[in-house]
Design a protein around this ligand. Structure first.
Ligand code: HEC
Length: 110
């Protein structure tokens, strides 16, 4: 009986640490661009539009016309935006998160 409970406790400890480990890894690697976009950008860019300046939405054609052609260009806009857009530095949105948001924009708003 005593042996069994020790085994159970050990197993539990291993499982718990494994679970935590998995969670950390997933959090670090898998960033949800859609969620990040909803959180930081959708207020002014719902469905890829632009509630403040309708000539600068996030649809591919408009982006291209405004010289925004790649994920890198979108990230540059977050770091150094035009008039009336919130500035997002690395403390607010990490490079990884910014990349995920940019990819989400490019694949979602066509
Ligand atoms: C407070 C409102 C606001 C928020 C929040 C906001 N934007 Fe903007 N965004 C704007 C405005 C206004 C412009 C047009 C700026 C200009 O005149 O250059 C713009 C322009 C852009 C452009 C250039 C679009 C084009 O067609 O030239 C990109 C890319 C962009 N935003 C991405 C983002 C991303 C990504 C986020 C979230 C991380 C975000 N924006 C959050 C208001 C906002």
């Amino acid at each position: 009986m005593k042996k069994a409970s020790v085994t159970t406790a050990l197993l539990l400890a291993v499982c718990l640490s494994a679970t935590t480990g998995f969670c950390d890894t997933r959090k670090g690697e898998k960033i949800n661009g859609k969620k990040e976009f909803a959180e930081h950008c959708a207020i002014c860019h719902p469905n890829g539009g632009n509630t403040i300046n309708s000539t600068k939405p996030l649809h591919r054609k408009a982006l291209k016309a405004n010289g925004v052609k790649s994920a890198k260009d979108i990230i540059a806009k977050m770091r150094n935006p035009g008039p009336s857009m919130t500035k997002f530095d690395e403390k607010t949105i990490s490079n990884k998160e910014a990349q995920a948001i940019a990819e989400y924009i490019l694949k979602t708003f066509k």
